[in-house]
Design a protein around this ligand. Structure first.
Ligand code: GTP
Ligand code: MG
Length: 191
């Protein structure tokens, strides 16, 4: 599935711009800067397929990537960006709600959590939205290369406690580092 590398299809800002829901789809959600775009690059083995950046809020559109003609990988705009204008946040929330509720081909959401920070209030809100939309989600810890083992384990514990409150949560977590390639084969196999 991942041998072909993946291709960028389009960036979407409204439901009527979505490609046809004609193949298996998974999306990547998470706070700004958590590493969504970098993870998509690591999965597809392409350095700059999804644009990664140090500037939080870089990915503003819902970006669709095709994989082997059978799958879509979907890079969602990051949330929790402190300086985003209220109107931008409201528009994004409306689009995200419409996407999660209205995409019959969406098989699973991956919710990315920074291994240094654990689950924050904004992550809980997304998880609640996924519960309400009946979209199964799986949590992926990112940037594991940046934490000591003890801190990562604390983040894992805290995350597991949070997941227990969410009926749409898949119980198994995947620990990753896009930098080191940790967890990437597991995540590929899951997709
Ligand atoms: P938005 O598009 O703003 O929502 O951000 P994003 O979630 O797509 O984050 P992005 O992939 O752009 O990564 C943000 C920063 O974190 C970049 O500087 C990446 O190089 C860095 N980063 C991402 N993943 C890892 C990782 O596994 N390890 C390390 N050390 N750095 C990472
Ligand atoms: Mg991004």
């Amino acid at each position: 599935l991942f041998a072909t590398g993946g291709e960028f299809l389009k960036g979407v800002v409204a439901m009527d711009g979505m490609p046809p829901a004609d193949r298996i789809e998974v999306c990547f959600a998470g706070r700004s800067n958590v590493g969504k775009s970098t993870l998509i690059n690591a999965l597809t083995g392409r350095k700059a397929l999804a644009r990664a950046s140090n500037t939080p809020g870089r990915t503003q559109e819902i970006n669709f990537f095709t994989l082997a003609g059978s799958h879509y990988l979907v890079d969602l705009p990051g949330y929790g960006f402190a300086n985003a204008p209220v109107a931008v946040v409201a528009k994004w929330q409306a689009l995200l709600k419409a996407y999660l509720a209205g995409r019959p081909s969406l098989r699973r959401a991956f919710v990315l959590i920074d291994a240094r920070h654990g689950v924050k209030e904004v992550d809980e809100q997304i998880m609640s939205l996924l519960d309400a939309s009946a979209v199964t989600f799986q949590t992926v810890l990112t940037k594991a290369d940046k934490v000591k083992d003890a801190d990562r384990d604390a983040a894992l514990d805290q995350t597991r406690r949070a997941l227990a409150r969410h009926p749409a949560a898949y119980p198994e977590l995947i620990v990753t580092s896009s930098e080191k390639g940790w967890g990437i084969p597991t995540l590929r196999a899951t997709i």
